[in-house]
Design a protein around this ligand. Structure first.
Ligand SMILES: Nc1ncnc2c1ncn2[C@@H]1O[C@H](COP(=O)(O)OP(=O)(O)OP(=O)(O)O)[C@@H](O)[C@H]1O
Ligand SMILES: [Mg+2]
Length: 263
């Protein structure tokens, strides 16, 4: 049965999509069956997976609003060798239409249920806001992975996010846990980044992944080639960092360590 992981942070541009695409590809490269659900109307995870968001027949909109079976909505075998549920501007309409439904918080959970046993991991790329799409992601997920940049206000934002996740969990999904906190776009020469990183480890301990994602131009370039970094430049520091993160996640899962702690 798949472990369902929502990748979320209400702050924009912290590396949610880059993490989804590259982690999905790295786990797929270790022969895990992976599904990536793009829940962001920007469709960046879709494009970064080599799937044209303007050309797709079905998107997360069909899954959430039309109740089209996931089996039909899934794009098989993308450039990252994982499966994808695409997003594009239609998903903005889904956010509004969801408000009309009863039990709107669990639409995604219910629609993924029939296909969960086909996968080892399902990642959900959330938009940079706490809207009904993100609530659906939290409702469907076993855990939340939080990518963050080690900047001045990052800890405040993180505390607010964890507070929100805890409150949401109490309402829509009591079993939700924090999967891990990932330091992204890290520059070890930056003193502030090091200070924030130390504080992060003090506050969140083992929840903070040992693996750090460096700032690396290859990670930023890869989406324009429609491929995850391991297929664009596998020797790049960015590609190696996400492969290392995949390894760390698999080892953690084997040990069944802090990832199962309550938030
Ligand atoms: N480690 C990195 N090194 C260099 N550039 C990066 C790295 N991670 C992400 N980027 C770039 O930073 C920008 C923001 O990253 P990304 O789209 O992954 O963030 P996001 O949190 O998904 O953004 P949004 O909130 O808009 O969905 C992108 O242009 C991406 O290519
Ligand atoms: Mg994104």
């Amino acid at each position: 049965m798949a472990r369902v992981i929502a990748v979320a942070n209400q702050k924009g541009g912290v590396g949610k999509t880059t993490t989804c695409v590259n982690l999905a590809a790295s786990l797929a490269a270790t022969r895990r069956k992976v599904l990536l659900v793009d829940l962001d109307p920007q469709g960046n995870a879709t494009m970064g997976s080599g799937v044209d968001k303007y050309e797709v027949e079905y998107s997360a909109y069909d899954l959430l609003v039309e109740e089209t079976p996931a089996e039909q909505v899934i794009v098989r075998d993308t450039s990252g060798k994982y499966d994808l549920i695409a997003a594009n501007a239609d998903v903005t309409a889904a956010e509004i239409k969801l408000m009309e439904f009863f039990a709107r918080e669990v639409r995604l959970r219910n629609s993924l249920e029939p296909i969960k046993d086909q996968y080892d991991f399902i990642f959900i790329d959330c938009p940079p806001s706490l809207n009904m799409l993100t609530v659906n992601a939290m409702g469907a997920a076993d855990s939340v992975l939080v990518p963050m940049q080690c900047e001045y206000y990052a800890l405040e934002g993180l505390t607010a996010l964890i507070d929100t996740i805890t409150k949401l969990a109490a309402v829509v999904n009591p079993d939700l846990v924090i999967e891990g906190i990932l330091r992204t776009m890290y520059d070890p020469r930056n003193r502030l980044a090091n200070d924030v990183s130390d504080q992060l480890k003090q506050h969140f301990g083992e929840k903070v992944y040992r693996t750090v994602i460096p700032r690396n131009v290859r990670l930023a370039e890869a989406p324009s080639f429609g491929a995850p970094a391991i297929y664009y430049d596998k020797s790049s520091a960015g590609a190696k960092a996400y492969l290392a993160l995949a390894g760390e996640m698999l080892r953690r899962a084997e040990r069944n360590e802090p990832a199962t702690e309550e938030v």
